[in-house]
Design a binder for this molecule. Structure first.
Ligand code: 5GP
Length: 190
């Protein structure tokens, strides 16, 4: 999506060899009108798929998921990162290795909000090693729900998650696919 690539070129900041900061519009400060354009694009790409629920993971996926959900007119369910391992109540749970924090935590959703009737679209801000997406897919599978696919704002395609999960048959639509990046030259896209 050219609009997104241009915005990343203008406002994105590369940190080290593999972290892209887009804090000014996507996942810290949020440019709501701009994210509306991204949400519309997801809606077009998954049109006619019968999506009944959007699933994401706290915290940085929630903004784009909510804005996207307005176009689908379906609820958003966000998986919570369980800090305590003291899981209360009736929940689906899955372990996720964090890209940004380098540790493993459990993500949980309440069973009452994810059922076998649901047709689920996963939305997230980034796809890197694919651990977050994998964990979310497991929640969908455990609920017996139908996975429609995943809409990702920025896929760092030089990291292995996207290829691995596509090979497993998951439909992944990324609005920008980063081929390579570094602090001097910035970001190159496919
Ligand atoms: P994965 O599980 O695919 O390795 O990483 C995905 C998660 O890590 C996303 O939910 C996102 O929050 C975070 N993440 C991964 N790479 C980046 C990055 O380059 N920049 C930012 N801001 N977050 C990232």
């Amino acid at each position: 999506m050219e609009l997104l690539k241009a915005r990343i070129r203008k406002d994105g900041r590369v940190r080290g060899s593999d972290v892209l900061k887009v804090d000014s519009f996507l996942n810290h400060q949020i440019d709501v009108d701009f994210l509306g354009e991204l949400g519309k694009e997801f809606c077009q790409r998954f049109e006619g798929c019968g999506v009944t629920k959007i699933l994401t993971i706290e915290a940085s996926g929630i903004g784009i998921a909510c804005i996207t959900a307005q176009f689908f007119r379906v609820p958003v369910l966000f998986a919570k990162k369980n800090q305590t391992r003291n899981i209360a109540g009736d929940v689906y749970t899955s372990p996720v290795e964090s890209f940004t924090h380098g540790r493993t935590y459990d993500i949980i959703v309440a069973k009452e909000f994810l059922t076998s009737q649901d047709r689920v679209l996963i939305i997230d801000d980034f796809l890197a090693n694919g651990k977050a997406l994998e964990g979310l897919c497991k929640l969908v599978e455990d609920a017996g729900a139908t996975l429609i696919g995943a809409g990702i704002v920025i896929e760092k395609a030089f990291q292995p998650g996207g290829d691995r999960l596509r090979r497993q048959g998951i439909r992944i639509e990324s609005l920008a696919r980063v081929k390579s990046m570094n602090e001097e030259t910035g970001v190159q896209f496919y």
